[in-house]
Design a protein around this ligand. Sequence first.
Ligand code: WTA
Length: 656
Amino acid sequence: MTETQQSTALDTLLEETRSFTPPREFVAQANVNDPEVYARADADFESWWEGWAKKLNWDQPWTKVLDWSNAPYAKWFEGGKMNASVQCLDRHVADGNGTRVAFHWEGESGDVRTLTYADMLAEVSKVANGLRSLGIQKGDRVAIYMPMVPELAMTVLACARIGAIFSVVFAGFSSTSLKDRVQDQEAKAVVCADACWRRGKVLDLKVVVDEAVADCPSVENVLIWKRGDGIGTAATGDPRDVYWDDVVVPQPTDCLPEVMDAEDILFILYTSGTTGKPKGIVHTTGGYMTGAYATTNLVFDLKPEKDVYWCTADIGWITGHTYIVFGPMANGVSQVLYEGAPDFPQQDRFWALIEKYQVSVFYTAPTAIRAFMKWGDQHPAAHDLSSLRLLGSVGEPINPEAWVWYLHHIGGGKCPIVDTWWQTETGGIMITPLPGITTTVPGSATTPFPGISARLLDEEGNEIKGAGGGYLVLDRPWPAMLRGIWGDNARFEEAYWSRYPGIYFPGDGAKRDEQGFLWILGRVDDVMNVSGHRLSTMEIESALVSHEAVAEAAVIGVPHELKGQAPVGFVILRSGFEAGPELADELRKHVGTLIGGLARPEQVHFTPELPKTRSGKIMRRLLRDVAEGKAIGDTTTLADPGVLAGLQADYEKGDS
Ligand code: WTA
């Protein structure tokens, strides 16, 4: 098919797919198919969640389900004790499911490893013993910088086993980003891989770690797992370096788990906020595990004895924490874990993997779906995808075109799609269809998960009832909610609980349609969403300003065909520096080096001035108008309206 034929076919599909009712066979086998579940959970949300908590193994039961008296600091399942790694491992082995595959792992170049739940328990125990031998104890922080290999999941679970607070840093982040995160949490150890494969090339991770830890006096050891093939950097002679082969491999395969309080911290995960400094989001044990378990079970309708589940996120993001490690493993399902890129060696790699492992539940991001659409229908068509029964989407709003393409070209027109809205802070899925209940509409995340209460408010805090748009808020606590920002209570209270006192403000806008379905419209703060990943405009601005040529910078997110949004920078140069394409390129690279490739601006424009209010605040909204070629919006608060005309003229010339 030519591109034009493909897009006509898509228009027809869009026209024909106004909604999707779950097929009768799906409903009949669904974990939940009674719409009453919503009313039941709403009538008593504490006992709804308590019911889920009871499905987990606790060393000691709780005395109180929820203590919200010290809001916004929630306590769930107070007095309860459990260990998260036991939920994910020991429990399945004890139930006689030790031989079930936990991970079908595939490296980018085709190397394969199969690990059962019993294998994982043994391996995790070895890592846990190894970490203890390095002096890591309950409450110590361990930063993890690894690619998508089973050892990453093992290290996460090993930390959980010994009560160490882990913090995974996505292995695409730069040494500066890693350093900032390690310093903020004062990590005692860093666990890393020496290298990994990406699109057929070796990425040297150890070099990044070396650079980062040079400035991290809290780090006593760097534990290095070798990817093999001798591809990583040679030893640097840093006495803190220790190797997996020496520390982990000789350890015994059993390890007594630490008994953790429900409210003991499980992990910190850094995410971008509206300032330049990332926020260390804190999650605790009992509530997080309850939320992860329940949402995975119902949203993905898991049947652990027969499903093969594949979430394509990286474990470095919250999606990988909750929907690769803790949710699916607590449910005991078999998963696919893939190290590499979706277009390596060819653009059909994902479909080949689905066919090979007979994947039944598949969870990915709209940005990936848009790339698949662009690569062409022939790639999925060349593979047997009939094992699939349920599809999921996460990370950013999914446009209806991508939704119908996903349904028809991947899901064979028969698989329900769950479009799941949630955040690092929420710990688990909050707004989503339930696949055996909801008649979905392309592009809408539909309704809150049972027990969750979402509302729309206007600027003044008045509730918008019925159809209409506003700020999305969550006005009832939930077990997997964040418990704070590491070391910064003031910021926690300010960022999430002050916009509407006592109500959680996620930072997203949304609208409600006539039938009561929610449509997430995107961020309403200075956070952008690039390929489903959150980036702060301020963080990119600080990176630009740290370059010697830059006096001032403003960054905005502009719509991008594949990435959803892409960062664009506007820069005022210091005197003595010459605007031009080389410098623009250098600045783009500079941001990539400081933060990571994801943050690299699509374009950098030079300008003698930026539109500012009289109080000196940069009006990004007007820059967005310029970038999108729109008529310039309200400029009444602008100090110097002339600035915009100049900017627009330069922008249109495409000066860089
Ligand atoms: C956006 C990722 C629309 C949203 C799990 C949110 C979405 C931010 C969706 C959180 C969705 C996530 N539809 N927007 N289904 N899922 N978002 O913390 O703006 O990396 O606030 O968590 O992604 O990003 P985070």
